[in-house]
Design a protein around this ligand. Structure first.
Ligand SMILES: Cc1ncc(COP(=O)(O)O)c(C=O)c1O
Length: 384
């Protein structure tokens, strides 16, 4: 794998060696259960609370508003189902608003609330760049709306949503706003006051932390029914013995990413633009997917007419380049992704999608090698 090129950082990132070092003591030295009242437990609890404080510093919130979960999927589930169930119990309303390009962790949770629990759902359309219109969200709000869930940045095409405008509208109608910020973690401003969101999801493995640990920020006054039942950990919002090693890893990774965010984003944006410019210049019948400017610094995604995305990924893999067609979780699905379909791409284009996502160890040499390789691989996988 040494000479291979990894361009799938949006699927997952390697753990930063500094994060590995920070986590090391928590496997066999500081191993107490953070809920135990003896010295071992208190030592673990101290580290857990320090980690919580570090996360709260980056998000600009109070530490008690941070819930550690087992990842982005669980945080999304807790946010959406937790708010919906709490609203149902208080008879506050029955209506949810979302977009058609959310990750399945959001989309399937909302579908289940609609299909099995009788909630009503408005799915606000996106434009050809994957942008949602905040005014359309405003027009969809009803007296019984209990939650709006709009992702911060899309995992497939990298489009960044106008969250501040959406939150203004949500606030003016007094409707809570959740954002799945999994793809924004370590890349975008996560200050919850500037964003003015009520709930925000993060996942450590997208910003050089370990897998299987996430965060849900939930504003103090949010009524949130626990979706897992058990003990009193995480103030009853997420029962279960807390994974202190991973919480420390997440907090360290987030702090490092935040410290390096501005410089790393401009380095990546320059490489991304070189890649986008090169691909569009060298590959015929190619289009950029996602927004031309409002996009993540690490995301270059394309559609190639008459191309088979799966074959393209396999061809690149044979050439030593790891990439993705749409979201990692939909790989293996021969249909155009639901994201590209919602953006209006015809199957002739949508099936031939390629997502190249850059990261901390991507170099200019990597980009140039991919630019040399890609035109040939695309041609081989076109259905002539
Ligand atoms: C936008 C988005 N939300 C949620 C998730 C799920 O996060 P996790 O893998 O931590 O469950 C992902 C992972 O790909 C994602 O990209």
């Amino acid at each position: 794998m040494k000479d291979n090129i990894y361009l799938d950082y949006a699927a997952t990132t390697p753990v930063d060696p500094r994060v590995v070092v920070a986590m090391e003591p928590y496997w066999s030295e500081v191993y107490g259960n953070s809920a135990s009242i003896h010295a071992y437990g208190r030592e673990a609890a101290k580290s857990l609370e320090a980690a919580r404080g570090q996360v709260a510093d980056v998000l600009g919130c109070h530490p008690t508003e941070i819930v550690f979960t087992a990842g982005g999927t669980e945080s999304d589930n807790l946010a959406i189902r937790g708010v919906a169930w709490a609203a149902r119990m208080a008879r506050r309303g029955n209506h949810l608003i979302t977009t058609p390009i959310e990750h399945h962790a959001v989309g399937q949770t909302i579908d289940q609330l609609r299909d099995r629990f009788g909630f009503e759902v408005t799915v606000v359309a996106v434009d050809t760049h994957g942008l949602v219109d905040p005014d359309e969200i405003g027009r969809s709000i009803r007296d019984d709306t209990v939650l709006i869930s709009v992702m911060y940045a899309n995992n497939e095409v990298g489009t960044i949503q106008p969250l501040a405008e959406i939150s203004q509208i949500a606030r003016s109608h007094d409707v809570p706003l959740h954002t799945d910020a999994v793809q924004g973690g370590g890349k975008l401003d996560l200050d919850v006051n500037r964003l003015d969101v009520d709930l925000l999801t993060l996942s450590a493995h997208k910003f050089y932390g370990p897998k299987g640990i996430g965060v849900l920020y939930a504003r103090r006054e949010m009524a949130l029914a626990p979706t897992i039942t058990g003990g009193e950990q995480e103030r009853g919002r997420r029962p279960g013995t807390v994974n202190v090693a991973s919480a420390v890893g997440l907090a360290t990774a987030l702090r490092l990413a935040e410290e390096e965010r501005v410089s790393e984003s401009s380095r990546l944006a320059a490489l991304r633009d070189r890649l986008i410019g090169g691909v569009l210049a060298r590959v015929p019948d190619a289009q950029l997917s996602g927004h031309p400017t409002e996009r993540l610094a690490d995301n270059a995604s394309f559609v190639f007419r008459g191309c088979d995305g799966e074959a393209l990924i396999l061809g690149l893999d044979l050439a030593g380049v790891a990439a993705s067609t749409g979201a990692a979780c939909t790989t293996g699905d021969p249909e155009p992704s639901f994201v590209l379909t919602a953006m209006g791409f015809e199957p002739e284009w949508g099936i031939g999608s390629l997502r190249l996502t850059l990261g901390r160890w991507t170099t200019r040499e990597h980009i140039d090698r991919v630019l040399q390789l890609l035109p040939g691989v695309v041609e081989e996988t076109r259905c002539h």
